[in-house]
Design a protein around this ligand. Structure first.
Ligand code: XMP
Length: 538
């Protein structure tokens, strides 16, 4: 595992996984590129997403079993459209081109690609004409997902069509001897019914990739690599090689800490800063879980400090900055008390690594809100970083967490933002308002869990608004707060839809909140999607 390095997607991931047969996915800008890599990993084959212009020497150094070319929004015949290093085509490695990737392959090897009059977007049916290779074991009629405006006009020498649709004779093509395959549709999306099987046929049967990418193997090799790294450092410096970890309560830092603990034992010290913005019982649950694992956790009660810093602040971005900065201060103070620390563990994930290395588009998108991870740490700290999750997707992190023995309540939990309840209180944050929201939030989760919906939705929570409205309780008038409920479904938080919660569940949540939470007399349900709204209100 390539821990302790800055984000750089062009270097091999390092000793811990270097011997794992891998599939390189080259990213030509498709919204599905990450999904391709994830699907390959679901076959227990390690897969990495690299920029389209990664030099062939870098790709070859990984000794990949295969290369997959993603789709993309460009047209291969346009000036400036993204192309791979031409050495790829004579590299002797099996290649699968998907959509734009197919067009690249056709163009590079002497075929012709043209703008397509009958553009296809959405579901389509392909007729498989050759049930060998890519389509082995696949029925002749297939529901697939298309999204293309270009098409192959003439095939390169040696290629033959293997599937067609009503609009194109080249829905799939193959050059069996060179192990080059192309498909016009997207096997990575769920709408392509046999997409996974088609990918398996390519990755496992045609390319011969080894299916060794499992949580157990990942843990074994990383524990070994981390231990060696920390031991080497200890020996070289004559220190005891302490490792520090900021434990937020979220899945990522919990899994990273547990993995590192397995490698270095008591040399790992976890610090959990209780900023007072946590959900009910959150800090206690964390303590119990880590106690059971034998991991040392220092809990810093900094509730008052954070409240003081947040006093009078109503602007969402100011709240985020105040919390991020105060976290850094508290963490630095705690670290200073612990003596010499060589390493810091962070729960950075692969999508963060990919995003920090890519386009301006993504950078500008992230400016909508300043996301602060509770583990986001000062740049000038002099630790070496251990980031054991930097090549994992979120679902893989969960699988590793389970394999490490973390409880489901920790591993399968819904995401929770770094600034916590602070960005779910509209207006000023006070101890009282936090208590009000904490109670309402607890009821939402309690009822969502009772209805068996906790894992069906991406997130479900309450928001405390500054709106007050008139109500009646007993015979008396009330003038209480408005609480909003937000529950969304989502794949990756980039887009989200409001969850169609059953009325009975909404009814129970509402009745309990107005009865059990003092000062709240009205509950509304947020039915906005993202975009144009965001998941959190601030
Ligand atoms: P939005 O509100 O932008 O949120 O649609 C997308 C996802 O990110 C979470 N979120 C955060 N997570 N620090 C985090 O670690 C933050 O500052 C932060 N703000 C939002 C949000 O809960 C959702 O899952």
């Amino acid at each position: 595992m390539r821990d302790g390095q800055v984000a750089d997607r062009t270097k091999p991931p390092g000793e811990a996984i270097a011997d794992v047969a891998s599939v390189v996915v080259l990213d030509f800008g498709s919204q599905y590129s990450q999904l391709i890599a994830r699907r390959v990993r679901e076959l227990n084959v390690y897969s990495e997403l690299l920029p389209f212009d990664t030099p062939w020497s870098v790709i070859a150094a990984r000794k990949p079993a295969a290369v997959i070319l993603s789709g993309g929004p460009a047209s291969v015949y346009e000036d400036g459209s993204p192309h791979p290093d031409p050495a790829l085509w004579s590299g002797g490695i099996p290649i699968l081109g998907i959509c734009y990737g197919l067009h690249l392959m056709a163009e590079a090897l002497g075929g012709e690609v043209v703008s397509f009059e009958r553009k296809e977007f959405g579901p389509a049916v392909v007729s498989v004409t050759d049930q060998e290779g890519l389509f082995a074991g696949i029925e002749p009629e297939q529901s697939v997902w298309m999204s293309h405006g270009d098409s192959i006009e003439r095939l390169p020498d040696g290629f033959r069509p293997t599937a067609r649709t009503d609009s194109t004779p080249y829905a799939a093509v193959a050059h069996t001897e060179r192990k080059m395959y192309g498909i016009q549709f997207h096997p990575e999306v769920v709408h392509t019914k046999r997409g996974r099987d088609i990918l398996r046929n390519f990755v496992v049967d045609i390319a011969g990739a080894r299916q060794t990418w499992t949580p157990a193997n990942f843990i074994a090799s990383n524990v070994e690599a981390i231990r060696r790294r920390v031991d080497d450092h200890s020996r070289a410096t004559g220190t005891d090689g302490k490792v520090l970890c900021a434990l937020s309560g979220g899945v990522d830092s919990a899994v990273a800490a547990t993995l590192v603990h397995r490698a270095v034992g008591d040399r790992l010290i976890c610090v959990h800063v209780d900023n007072g913005m946590m959900r009910k019982n959150e800090t206690e649950l964390l303590q119990v879980a880590f106690d059971q694992l034998g991991v040392r956790v220092i809990v810093v009660n900094a509730r008052e400090r954070f409240l003081r810093k947040l006093a009078g602040i109503t602007d969402p971005e100011q709240k985020r900055h105040a919390i991020g900065n105060e976290f850094i201060r508290v963490f630095e103070e705690e670290a200073a008390k612990l003596g010499e620390i060589a390493f810091l563990t962070q729960g950075t994930l692969y999508p963060d690594v990919i995003e920090s290395a890519t386009s301006d588009k993504e950078k500008s998108a992230s400016k909508i809100k300043t996301h602060h991870n509770v583990g986001g740490l000062p740049d000038d700290m002099t630790f070496q970083l251990i980031e054991p999750l930097r090549y994992l997707f979120k679902d893989e992190v969960r699988a590793v967490g389970t394999e490490l023995g973390l409880p489901d309540s920790m591993v399968q939990r819904q995401p929770f933002p770094g600034p916590g309840l602070a960005i779910r209180i509209i207006g000023e944050i006070t101890a009282d308002r936090l208590d009000t929201l904490r109670e309402a939030d607890w009821i939402v989760l309690d009822e969502i869990k009772a209805a068996g919906l906790y894992h069906e939705v991406w997130q479900s929570f309450a928001i405390l608004t500054p709106i007050r409205s008139v109500g009646v309780m007993g015979d008396g008038r009330t003038y209480g707060n408005l609480v909003a409920i937000r529950a969304v479904t989502s794949e990756d938080a980039m887009t989200a839809d409001w969850a169609k919660l059953p009325y009975e569940v909404l009814g129970k949540i509402s009745a309990r909140i107005v009865n059990e939470v003092p000062g709240v007399n009205r509950v509304v349900y947020d039915i906005s999607s993202k975009p144009p709204a965001t998941i959190e209100w601030e």
